[in-house]
Ligand binder design. Structure first.
Ligand code: PRP
Length: 216
């Protein structure tokens, strides 16, 4: 039987996903000792892990070369969803927020505002929902810089601890959405390999529920 192939978002989510897979009893030694290898075996070979950048995880799953993926809700919201979101994994918690320079009233005035964001689709949707006409500028990194140097009136970005905003004299105006890591599945895989996927998702869900109960 072909292994179930899972695309994992490299970096922070990767570590947390591996911890979760180990907690349900799967051997992740190959991933922990991966070096520069990108395709790794997990468990007794029933699962294969592919490491990729967040947006690429979606591409691999949508195109059916990976059956499952672990990716942040932020990436899902920005990149659309021609796949099934099957489980909230409970880690990688943060939020999308609109932020601006401390002490400025973002919503005052009639002039169209300029917004900088790494997530232009999320930003556009949010302002459309508020019926506001804004100009959106795509920034690739450290978007907090944009209002400080006068490029934008505000930013739409991820806030986790809030310290990046605080240390740069910015503040949250409004929370747009809560974010956490999600398990996603290719639509065809979900039909063809239903039992395997449901069994894995069920084990992960039990494990997440146990973790949450410990903190209540
Ligand atoms: C994210 C986000 C903020 C920061 C917020 O960037 O874009 O800059 O984290 O975290 P905080 O609220 O805990 O300060 P990330 O560190 O992922 O780096 P990036 O700019 O390379 O995306």
């Amino acid at each position: 039987m072909k292994p179930l192939r899972i695309a994992l978002t490299k970096g922070r989510l990767e570590k947390k996903t591996i911890e979760l897979l180990e907690e349900i009893g799967l051997d992740c030694t190959q991933v922990r000792e991966k070096g520069r290898r990108l395709i790794l075996t997990v468990g007794n070979g029933e699962i294969e892990v592919v490491l990729a950048k967040a947006a690429d995880v979606i591409t691999y799953v949508e195109n059916g070369v990976c059956d499952l993926g672990v990716v942040g809700k932020d990436t899902i919201m920005e990149n659309g969803s021609h796949f099934f979101e099957i489980l909230d994994l409970g880690f990688g918690r943060c939020r999308f927020a609109l932020a601006c320079k401390k002490g400025t009233d973002f919503f005052s005035g009639y002039q169209a505002k300029t917004i900088a964001s790494k997530y232009p689709n999320v930003a556009r949707q949010y302002f459309e929902g508020r019926g506001m006409d804004v100009r959106i500028i795509k920034i690739e990194g450290s978007v907090e810089l944009a209002p400080l140097v006068g490029l934008a009136d505000g930013i739409v970005d991820i806030v986790e601890t809030g310290s990046t905003l605080k240390e740069n004299g910015l503040e949250v105006v409004e929370t747009i959405a809560q974010i956490s890591a999600r398990l996603i599945a290719n639509t065809a895989s979900l039909k063809m390999r239903k039992q395997e996927i449901e069994s894995l998702a069920g084990r992960l869900e039990d494990c997440i529920r146990n973790r949450e109960e410990k903190y209540i």
